[in-house]
Design a protein around this ligand. Structure first.
Ligand SMILES: Nc1ncnc2c1ncn2[C@@H]1O[C@H](COP(=O)(O)OP(=O)(O)OP(=O)(O)O)[C@@H](O)[C@H]1O
Length: 432
């Protein structure tokens, strides 16, 4: 009887929090199960495609659990966006903060003070893995919180960064296994949008969560269509094709992203489109954060329709009505591609993902992969080359269903008959 009451109470609390704190009428697939599992103290691994709703899986438990949830996330800009949106959350703001080398001393002091309160006010504290790796004092604070039963759980966001087989390996992420050594009883939740089975297994091993419950959603994004267009090796002609493509397919009110290989290219493409009447601007890591913010805000408000960007653009962006994502230069791997393309159609409405492909861009990427830099050893180069080959196979294949190929990459199956001409290959083959 006791157990029944407890479960029912928990259910009510979870549903109420979803409705009254996060403003959602219901849960999406797997959200509820992942939330229940982590609240029951299990280690959990959540695999959901971009825009699937991963944040709720750890933010809701964080809000209703006693104590504080530590979220490890790779990028400062991503962390800033998350913390801002938690604080501004409607209908109720959620106490959240982040610690980084850039956190102002005054703010750091306030956070530190809060962490030492018998019951901290903060519910979520975001840190970069680098911060965790270098800060003994932070580990001490965590130990102290744990002793007081105020350390609710660890969350490893973008968990594919843990694995050398993942497309965005971060050395400091691979040290996160120490968390389970230090805090074996604190539940851990790992989340990612892009991880083939090999990466999932590797991440579980490194984080020391062998028995983690896996909640994996279908990687098939039914509202997205996929196509690959041959890109002219002559830059002027390629730009003209891009312009005509956008002009013919989308009117000037439609919002999109054009991914480019370099900062210079994103500027050139944006200027080319803008000069011909398309409301385009550029975004890349070489700009000041103020300039980047201006572009992002103008795009979010709809004043700019097309952002031409390097892959610095996207993580943490939650704009539901992006109708197209164009890779003006092919991505380095399928995981990266699918994550970037997945920024289209987060509202579930039909949206288009297009790659402009040629072997010249592939050669440029090979050059980047082989560039001498710290940590770029033979193994790492081999992993990246292997991933690039798979991306090439995908682009050069003119017969297979693209949706089927993408889903298969993530270890899932898809019946080609259900493509309904939502990829160029099926469209062409069925038309003939
Ligand atoms: N149960 C739900 N009901 C309604 N909206 C939801 C629900 N869960 C999440 N959302 C909304 O879906 C959008 C995407 O969620 P979220 O940002 O968590 O995705 P994500 O999986 O983290 O994506 P990404 O990989 O791009 O970071 C957000 O606007 C969020 O508010």
């Amino acid at each position: 009887m006791d157990r029944f009451v407890t479960t029912r109470e928990k259910n009510d609390q979870v549903s109420r929090a979803n409705k009254f704190i996060f403003g959602n009428d219901s849960f999406r697939r797997n959200q509820r199960d992942a939330i229940d599992a982590t609240l029951d103290g299990e280690d959990v691994f959540v695999l959901m495609p971009t825009g699937g709703g991963k944040s709720l899986c750890y933010q809701l438990p964080a809000v209703i659990s006693p104590g504080i949830t530590i979220v490890i996330s790779p990028l400062l800009s991503l962390i800033q966006d998350q913390v801002t949106s938690l604080i501004r959350n409607q209908p109720v703001g959620i106490p959240a903060a982040f610690l980084s080398s850039q956190t102002l001393a005054k703010l750091k002091k306030a956070i530190w003070k809060d962490l030492h309160r018998p019951i901290p006010t903060l519910k979520l504290l975001y840190v970069t893995p680098e911060r965790l790796a270098v800060s003994d004092s932070l580990i001490q604070v965590l130990e102290n919180l744990h002793k007081r039963k105020m350390l609710a759980r660890f969350v490893v966001d973008e968990a594919h960064c843990v694995s050398q087989w993942g497309h965005d390996f971060r050395p400091d992420y691979s040290k996160l296994g120490m968390l389970k050594d230090l805090f074996p009883t604190v539940p851990m939740m790992a989340l990612t949008a892009t991880a083939p089975q090999k990466v999932v297994d590797n991440v579980k091993k490194i984080l020391k969560i062998p028995r983690a419950m896996i909640f994996s959603m279908s990687f098939n994004r039914t509202n997205l269509s996929f196509e690959v267009i041959e890109k002219d090796t002559d830059e002027t002609k390629a730009l003209a094709t891009l312009y005509n493509h956008i002009k013919q397919k989308y009117d000037n009110s439609v919002v999109g992203i054009v991914y480019c290989m370099t900062k210079q290219q994103s500027e050139d493409v944006a200027n080319y489109l803008f000069d011909r009447g398309i409301l385009a601007d550029f975004y890349h890591a070489g700009q000041s954060s103020g300039d980047r913010e201006l572009v992002q805000d103008a795009w979010q408000r709809g004043e700019i329709k097309v952002v031409c960007a390097t892959i610095a653009y996207g993580m943490g962006i939650d704009k539901p009505d992006v109708r197209y994502v164009i890779h003006y230069s092919v991505a380095k791997c399928i995981e990266g591609y699918y994550q970037e393309a997945g920024r289209a159609g987060r509202d579930g409405k039909p949206s288009q993902c297009t790659i402009f492909y040629n072997r010249r861009d592939i050669l440029k990427i090979k050059g980047i992969i082989n560039m001498p830099r710290k940590g770029n050893n033979a193994k790492s180069r081999g992993v990246h080359m292997d991933k690039l080959e798979k991306m090439m196979d995908y682009c050069e294949d003119r017969t297979s269903c693209r949706r089927q190929a993408l889903v298969a990459y993530f270890g899932q199956t898809f019946n080609r008959k259900e493509c309904n001409k939502t990829c160029d290959n099926c469209n062409r083959l069925i038309a003939h």
